[in-house]
Design a protein around this ligand. Structure first.
Ligand code: CAA
Length: 259
């Protein structure tokens, strides 16, 4: 398996795990890390042995945001010409296989935004979420002003974006940002078990299910329902759909062809 400077990668069964690994900077998301992450995600996407990905950080920080020290010298021309944030970062939201964020400690700024680019977030009880960019004289730049209100509503999103305050795991679960909270020492077991469960399904089915749910954030309801209906119809072309329904009728476990 390729080794990287700013991340660690491994597979467990059919689960591909990416661990952000810049402990001295609380996993601040520097350009080199974003390049490493892109390569690792591409490799897992291309690997037929991987059915689900887990993105995680350390016990102390999922990621404390974009790298402020790297960012602070950039001019307007720099960020515009580089299309800063778009290039590389968007990869996480474009991964077609399911991707679960396992968040412990700080998930701030770009860290919170990166977690939101994943399909769902499992949080350790010490997780802290926030968009503190306002305290730096700027605003969230990796989707925070758009994904946060869609996920947790305007009141809570405005509160976080305008005050820059952090919320703990319990508040994040209450407002729907995270799907479950687990004790810190159980975080990876829980995230890997969830990812293994997903990876045990038919891969094309999990991929279109993800795509369909994501449409809910892109379209008016009627258009989204139409997309869902057509995609549901399209699953009837999957040989795994035939297998899944036959296995149910035969009272046996489905033997997926595409995993
Ligand atoms: N960028 C660069 N370095 C960072 C960093 C960041 N986002 N966050 C932490 N670090 C570094 C610190 O500078 C420090 O390095 P040194 O030891 O060399 O001084 C090291 O990580 C440890 O950090 P602290 O000493 O500050 O640790 P702490 O436990 O006292 O505080 C913290 C933790 C509250 C998370 C604090 O580090 C902090 O506020 N970090 C910045 C959070 C932030 O503002 N994030 C938003 C970034 S902007 C952004 O993300 C834009 C966007 O939308 C894409």
């Amino acid at each position: 398996m390729t080794t990287y400077e700013n991340i660690q990668v491994e597979t467990k069964g059919r689960v591909g795990i990416v661990r952000l690994n810049r402990p001295k900077a609380l996993n601040a998301l520097c350009a080199a890390l974003i390049v490493d992450l892109g390569h690792a995600l591409d490799a897992f996407e291309a690997d037929p042995g991987v059915g689900c990905i887990v993105l995680t950080g350390s016990d102390k920080a999922f990621a404390a945001g974009a790298d402020i020290k790297e960012m602070k010298e950039k001019s307007y021309q720099d960020v515009f010409l580089q299309d800063f944030i778009t290039v590389g970062w968007e990869k996480v939201s474009q991964v077609r296989k399911p991707i679960v964020a396992a968040v412990a400690g700080y998930a701030l700024g770009g860290g919170c935004e990166m977690a939101m680019m994943c399909d769902f977030i499992i949080a350790a009880d010490n997780a802290r979420f926030g968009q503190p960019e306002i305290t730096l004289g700027t605003i969230p730049g990796a989707g925070g002003t758009q994904r946060l209100p869609r996920f947790i509503g305007k009141a809570k999103a405005m509160d976080l974006v305008l005050t820059g305050r952090m919320m703990d795991a319990a508040e994040a679960e209450r407002c729907g940002l995270v799907s479950r909270i687990v004790p810190l020492d159980k975080l990876m077991d829980e995230a890997i078990a969830a990812a293994e469960k997903i990876a045990s399904m038919s891969l094309p089915a999990t991929m279109v299910a993800k795509e369909a749910v994501n449409q809910a954030f892109e379209t008016p309801l009627a258009t989204g329902i139409r997309f869902e209906r057509r995609t549901f119809h399209a699953t009837f072309a999957f040989d795994d759909r035939v297998e899944g329904m036959n296995a149910f009728a035969d009272k046996r476990k489905a033997a997926w062809k595409h995993r």
